[in-house]
Design a binder for this molecule. Structure first.
Ligand SMILES: Cc1cc2nc3c(=O)[nH]c(=O)nc-3n(C[C@H](O)[C@H](O)[C@H](O)COP(=O)(O)OP(=O)(O)OC[C@H]3O[C@@H](n4cnc5c(N)ncnc54)[C@H](O)[C@@H]3O)c2cc1C
Length: 383
């Protein structure tokens, strides 16, 4: 990934270090990670040494306290080398952001410094077999029993869950309360009654494992994040952050696919000239570049608003939505430029296409992002 115009020197310097690390450590193994479905949790100690595992946290809690722009540049660089690694990190951030935003200082002290230094890995469990896009449909219950809660239910597609040391679990404390009845709890690995399945067989991001969890366990009241009924609000604030992480991951896929396509177009000879000499290919490259740049600008705009402390929910949804559609387009066009070679598993083009596909589904599908954006525009006069 080349340095970008208008980026503050400190942000760029941090990104440059991550670009070097990603090119040396992650990229050479990305194909093997995908082929053999090797968990990218193996990289956590190395990532922690660079400060990556705590990039989203303030210094007070052991984090790197970097700007949203530096975070986006770093995740994009990681995703350009290995999308699975970026996805695994994103799931960890979902968990640590939950504790940072929803927890008290005691919980923050107990989990965040260790999470930032890679000693503890987090997971975030919102989705259920019958509740994805609409969390208010969730069936997992948290029933108060003295000074603790009995948690019971099933969560699925939970990234990192099988390897995580702690999992933020969302459950209904008030089943009749809709989304206002949802609370969040931190559940430690090994808690009796917490069972985690083998990883799901995924189309892409095969090094970022996702698991089903069956929950029938007891947690102390002190493990609850904030007041009862605040879980949904906390989750929505966390997702505002994490959708920018997904956008960054998509920018990485777009960068990787476009760079591969440009190289190939210049070296592949067809009819006695490089593919790049053909106008039809040039137009494809121009469209790919334009959409990639537009996705960067939308994402950097969201970063600027977040940095300034201005509400950025719509910007976060727009950059996630646009960048995920851009990544799918750019990866698919890059594969097309490679022709039959692009369809083979000996080159990464088909992996980029598969990795890009989940970006339009998780952390709020494209349809849900459009709903959020439209609601933001229409909210001044209810429909
Ligand atoms: C690899 C992977 C990793 C994941 N990691 C996590 C994780 O770590 N933690 C976690 O909690 N979840 C995770 N998820 C779950 C993911 O966030 C959900 O799959 C996603 O939110 C969609 O929910 P669903 O699958 O239940 O689809 P549904 O909600 O059943 O939706 C199905 C389709 O209907 C559309 N739809 C739904 N509602 C509307 C509407 N109102 N208007 C128009 N269209 C609509 C959706 O966009 C979608 O296309 C992961 C999923 C995968 C596949």
């Amino acid at each position: 990934m080349k340095p970008r115009f208008g980026i503050a020197p400190d942000d760029q310097a941090l990104a440059d270090a991550i670009v070097r690390f990603s090119a040396e450590e992650l990229a050479p193994r990305a194909q093997e990670v995908d082929d053999q479905e090797i968990s990218t949790v193996r990289y956590v100690p190395l990532l922690a040494e660079l400060g990556v595992m705590g990039m989203n946290l303030p210094e007070r809690w052991g984090g790197a306290e970097i700007t949203p722009t530096a975070l986006v540049l770093s995740l994009a660089a990681i995703a350009e080398a290995c999308t699975s690694t970026a996805s695994m990190i994103g799931a960890h951030f979902l968990a640590t952001d939950s504790i940072l935003m929803g927890g008290d200082d005691e919980l923050r002290q107990r989990y965040l410094p260790q999470a930032a230094t890679g000693k503890k890995l987090g997971a975030f469990a919102l989705t259920e077999p019958r509740a994805g896009s609409n969390p208010a449909d969730m069936a997992t219950r948290a029933t108060r029993e003295g000074g603790s809660y009995h948690l019971s239910g099933t969560k699925h597609f939970i990234s990192n869950a099988g390897e995580a040391d702690f999992i933020v679990v969302f459950a209904k404390t008030d089943p009749a309360g809709g989304h206002r009845g949802i609370s969040a709890f931190v559940v430690d690995k090994g808690t009796p009654g917490l069972h985690i399945s083998a990883p799901e067989k995924l189309m892409g991001i095969r090094g970022a494992h996702a698991f089903e969890m069956s929950i029938d366990c007891r947690v102390f009241e002190s493990q609850r994040l904030g007041q009862e009924g605040t879980g949904y609000r906390t989750a929505m604030r966390i997702l505002d952050n994490s959708r920018m992480d997904v956008a960054a991951t998509c920018l990485g896929i777009g960068e990787a696919a476009l760079a591969a396509a440009v190289d190939w177009a210049q070296s592949r000879q067809v009819g006695g000239e490089p593919l790049a000499a053909k106008q039809g290919i040039q137009w494809k490259l121009a469209d790919m570049k334009m959409r990639l740049e537009a996705a960067w600008l939308l994402t950097l705009q969201a970063c600027a608003k977040r940095q300034a402390g201005i509400a950025f929910s719509a910007e976060s949804s727009m950059c996630k939505l646009y960048a995920s559609e851009m990544a799918a387009f750019v990866a698919d066009e890059a594969l097309q430029i490679f022709g039959g070679y692009g369809y083979t598993r000996s080159l990464p083009l088909e992996r980029y296409v598969r990795d890009a596909r989940i970006m339009r589904i998780y952390e709020g599908s494209s349809e849900i992002q459009r709903t959020i954006i439209a609601r933001g525009m229409l909210s001044s006069r209810p429909i």
